[in-house]
Design a binder for this molecule. Structure first.
Ligand code: GAL
Length: 686
């Protein structure tokens, strides 16, 4: 091969399926989306120099390059990408090479307008943005697979090729397409799920509103209707749409794997506060490395808590698969209503927070902030203002820190507390025609996670089918859908000594959204020792007082004790005297139920009560930790690393011994950590 003549100090990657897919890097992955096609050649050499200065070891190339690689139908031009790949190889920088299928070029939409997605109201999306294709389009797939094969064959064996990046944020803008091709694919998917039309009618509850389907052709996607959709049809369309997008990943991955079997393959997920269309728990077993894109919700001044949640969720999507951040931002984004720039030190805190929670790499969108295009105001590693900048200084500082983390890859984070998180419940609970518009899935998820964060406890954010037995405390916020298996596993967990917290609307319906009869929350009622007779949502802004003097809002329930005891009851509002928070000793364990929307302080207090029944301890004693100090630990056979991230305004003092790999100095007793600073202490064994 012509590129065998290239010589570089370069680590060749072999995917050992039993080993760690990123270990070839030696240190955590560091880099960005690299889009040199947006720039003159003159800049390319400087890019490589700057990447070396910043200690970049991996860049994602070719993500939006379809129009450059196939400028006209069937005419391929790899010349510019060859130059880029050779340059990377010469500089010893690994390529996470995309198969370039994320956005079909304008000629594709012109030739195949039927591939453009159709919205719920029947209107067709125009080209001119990105991802303008229907996920169920066979024409899109045929062209995407052809391009994938051509790229894989061309770059197989190239020394820069270290990883494959399938597509990009599949379904980010086009997850739900309502066209006739999607309708056909939806029917095929439903036939596999239900087999028989009678079973579908039963699952969808079509006896209501005369919706019974007598032919498969009667079955449609939930297109725009006069009033509410059938809720189970809507949920199944969510499930189908996530699977249709996953099928694109699988098909493109399989082409890559057949041609380059030893190269690890990933695709970037969007586990964050903004995107809910894809059920990544079902995607994660299909990648060699879980790669997440995480952008802060900058409307939230404490967005680092949601960052921690997303990191814990990414780590736990699938067991025994490494994860990394594929994209986050060095500073401002361009797509939020107000794009808040990062404070000095914030980018490093964000990055190391992901590493602290198990990430084996932190990458950015993008290497160089663009001069043109829809995202020209999005920050990059190299800002518009150049290298005499806060961003560039922090980029090089972070690169130097990550280079010191050479024993980090493959070490793990251990948690004794699990928070159950479920995309299906997110889709279903946020449907319309529910008791209160003020009840949203993420609200209680974030509140309960926040309480654990405030207590300094490390949490696994796990899908509902995960084994609960390794945990001491399991937290179940608003898990609207619970199947019988989940209900039984939860009951066994508590009965055999576990502690659990459940919040309102959990376990209300089965996987078809049919309500469990006999009192809410049907799936968990027995374990919780309660029976809820009726929901009493509150008016907008209405508050109710509890007998512990706290106030609640949004939601109340007419609850009867059936073995549980009341910890707090309403003193006013629609249900004076009725229990609002309960505790139930069940078998060897204890389960608490929160029937109302507690404020954060009361939620924190209940979580502390539950933690007291366990032996769960934070990585450092809480008494020594000022508010805003985040502590986590990664450990492996070679030793352990204590991560201390000070998000607060006060200095923190922590007793520890070892070497701080951020400051690059020994710590011999007490580490003092300035406001905003981070330490990673490679701990000395006692
Ligand atoms: C991601 C996407 C990138 C870029 C980035 C910043 O969603 O993968 O291509 O758009 O966001 O907005």
């Amino acid at each position: 091969m012509w590129w065998n003549v290239l010589t570089c100090g370069f680590s060749w990657c072999n995917l050992d399926r039993m080993g760690h897919a990123l270990s070839f890097l030696g240190t955590p992955a560091y880099g960005a989306d690299y889009n040199p096609e947006q720039w003159d050649h003159a800049v390319w050499a400087e890019d490589l120099d700057l990447m070396r200065t910043a200690k970049v070891n991996l860049v994602s190339v070719g993500i939006f390059s379809w129009a450059h690689l196939e400028p006209r139908p069937g005419v391929l031009d790899f010349s510019w990408l060859d130059e880029v790949m050779d340059g990377l190889a010469g500089a010893g920088i690994n390529a996470n090479l995309a198969n370039a299928t994320a956005s079909p070029p304008p000629w594709f939409s012109r030739l195949f307008p039927e591939t453009l997605p159709i919205l719920e109201d029947g209107s067709r999306v125009w080209p001119g943005s990105r991802q303008a294709y229907c996920p169920s389009s066979p024409i899109y797939l045929e062209h995407a697979l052809g391009l994938t094969a051509a790229i894989a064959e061309h770059y197989a064996g190239h020394p820069a090729l270290a990883m494959w990046h399938v597509n990009n944020e599949i379904g980010g803008h086009n997850a739900r397409c309502y066209c006739d091709m999607s309708a056909d694919a939806f029917r095929t998917w439903l036939k596999i799920r239900y087999g028989d039309l009678d079973d579908l009618n039963e699952a969808w509850g079509t006896s209501f509103w005369s919706q019974r389907c007598s032919e498969w052709d009667d079955v449609l996607p939930p297109r725009q209707t006069g009033t509410f959709h059938n809720p189970t049809q809507d949920l199944d369309f969510h499930r189908f749409s996530s699977d249709a997008c996953l099928d694109i990943h699988r098909a493109e991955r399989d082409v890559l794997r057949a041609i380059t079997p030893t190269i690890p393959i990933t695709t970037n997920f969007m586990v964050n506060a903004f995107k809910k269309d894809l059920d990544y728990a079902s995607w994660a077993p299909e990648v060699d490395i879980v790669a997440n894109d995480h952008y802060l919700n900058t409307a939230d001044p404490e967005a680092y808590v949601e960052l921690a949640f997303a990191a814990d969720a990414s780590r736990c999507l699938v067991e025994d698969t490494p994860w990394m951040v594929m994209e986050h931002s060095t500073s401002a984004m361009n797509w939020q209503p107000r794009n808040i720039a990062k404070q000095p030190g914030e980018m490093i805190r964000n990055s190391l927070q992901h590493v602290a929670r198990g990430a084996d790499g932190v990458m950015f969108f993008q290497w160089r902030a663009s001069r043109a295009g829809a995202e020209k105001y999005h920050s990059g590693m190299v800002p518009h203002a150049g290298t005499d900048t806060k961003v560039w200084r922090e980029v090089t500082e972070l690169g130097a820190i990550l280079e010191r983390l050479d024993g980090m890859i493959g070490t793990s984070v251990t948690a004794e507390v699990a928070l159950v998180f479920d995309w299906e419940s997110w889709w279903a609970l946020d449907e319309r025609a529910h008791p209160s518009i003020d009840v949203t899935y993420r609200d209680r998820v974030q509140a309960l996670y926040r309480s654990l964060w405030n207590a300094g406890i490390t949490v696994d954010v796990v899908p509902p089918d995960r084994d609960l037995t390794p945990y001491s405390l399991v937290v179940i916020p608003s898990l609207y859908i619970a199947n019988r298996d989940m209900a039984e596993r939860f009951d066994r967990f508590v009965a055999s000594g576990g502690s659990a917290i459940v919040t309102y609307l959990s376990g209300t319906v089965d996987e078809n959204l049919h309500i469990y009869l006999g009192g809410y929350p049907g799936a968990f009622r027995h374990t919780l020792g309660i029976r809820v007779e009726e929901f009493f949502p509150l008016r907008e802004g209405e508050q109710v007082t509890l007998d512990d003097d706290s106030t609640v809002d949004t939601w109340c329930e007419l609850l009867h004790l059936e073995g549980a005891t009341a910890l707090a009851s309403y003193v006013d509002g629609p249900l004076p005297g009725v229990p609002a928070v309960t505790e139930h000793h069940h078998g060897e364990g204890t389960a608490w139920y929160i029937a109302t929307r507690l404020d954060q302080a009361a939620t924190d207090a209940l979580v502390r009560t539950a933690l007291k029944t366990t032996r769960v301890k934070p990585p450092i004693p809480r008494v020594t930790a000022p508010p805003g100090l985040e502590a986590t630990r990664r450990s492996g056979p070679e030793g352990s690393y204590l991560f201390l991230i000070n998000h607060g305004d006060e200095p923190a003092y922590v007793r520890t011994r070892g070497r701080d790999l951020v400051a690059d100095r020994d710590v011999t007793g007490t580490l003092s950590l300035k406001a905003g600073a981070v330490a990673i202490v490679q701990e000395e064994a006692d």
